[in-house]
Design a protein around this ligand. Sequence first.
Ligand SMILES: Cc1cc2nc3c(=O)[nH]c(=O)nc-3n(C[C@H](O)[C@H](O)[C@H](O)COP(=O)(O)O)c2cc1C
Length: 330
Amino acid sequence: MKTKITEMLGIEHPIIQGGMHYVGFAELAAAVSNAGGLGIITGLTQKTPADLANEIARCKDMTDKPFGVNVTFLPIVNAPDYPAIIKAIIDGGVSVVETAGNNPSQVLPYLQDAGIKVIHKCTSVRHALKAQSIGCDAASIDGFECGGHPGEDDVPNMILLLRAADELEIPFVSSGGQADGRSLVASLAMGAEGMNMGTRFIATQEAPIHENVKQAIVNATELDTRLVMRPLRNTERVLNNAATENLLAKEKRLGEKLTFEDIVDEVAGVYPRIMLDGEIDAGVWSCGMVAGLINDIPTVQELIDRIMDEANTLIEKRLSGMLSLTSIRI
Ligand SMILES: Cc1cc2nc3c(=O)[nH]c(=O)nc-3n(C[C@H](O)[C@H](O)[C@H](O)COP(=O)(O)O)c2cc1C
């Protein structure tokens, strides 16, 4: 399938694996790229820029296809060493960067001068327009359904994608709630040039994380996520578990007085314990409503092949079949 995104990124299928903390390691990124999509290493999961350079090199050993790095700009005082992270990405010969969080205007010229395409992930049309105005190559439109940080506007993708299509000139992909060939065809119909998936890629053989996490996603339904940290205006969609219930009880009890220090046990530094050690109740962890559509743990190749087969069949048989039926009736 050819879209503006496959052409821009030099990939076979319009499917991107979004950056995911403690999931987006070289093994998963390489598997997605080898299967014809765009795999993404999560930059901030690597403890130092030197570790990131090493992860990029490992990925290059596992694939000769294009892959990307996610750089999340956090609104915190002790920021990571972003200039060194950007240097590791440029020196590593990465071809795509997915940015998220604050807008990437400060690093954009360095990345683009090195020939790197920049996709900014946004949860609102106004942020996507800002990304377009500063020169980002594409946007990833992350709806309210998404795993991770959906922003504070609560607009689901049925509306958000169409609003993006009406306003944006740069190409965009759908993100949040995407699972299968139906998701891809719907995204394309709504004006997107492809789709980005997070939660779906966690439940794959190659995701180098603990089986307990994959199984928790398979077991979850679309009713099993919760929004946490809304009082801090740092809303995150997470899987419901003991830590989530604890955190929500604190939010209820403390109301507007809640501070980050109150919830540090549930959120700080918990990802390695959850993702690597499989202690799935050790803290809150991002998960999308799309968990309700995930019932197996295929290889990445099987997943992407299945999505593309389903999308092609939908377009060729179901949709064009409807058109020919109409013309027969006329
Ligand atoms: C476990 C997990 C960790 C994530 N970590 C990050 C991250 O570090 N940076 C980021 O930009 N997005 C992160 N995301 C968001 C994903 O890249 C993607 O936008 C989102 O998962 C899309 O929604 P979906 O889960 O419904 O597919 C994370 C998502 C999950 C599920």
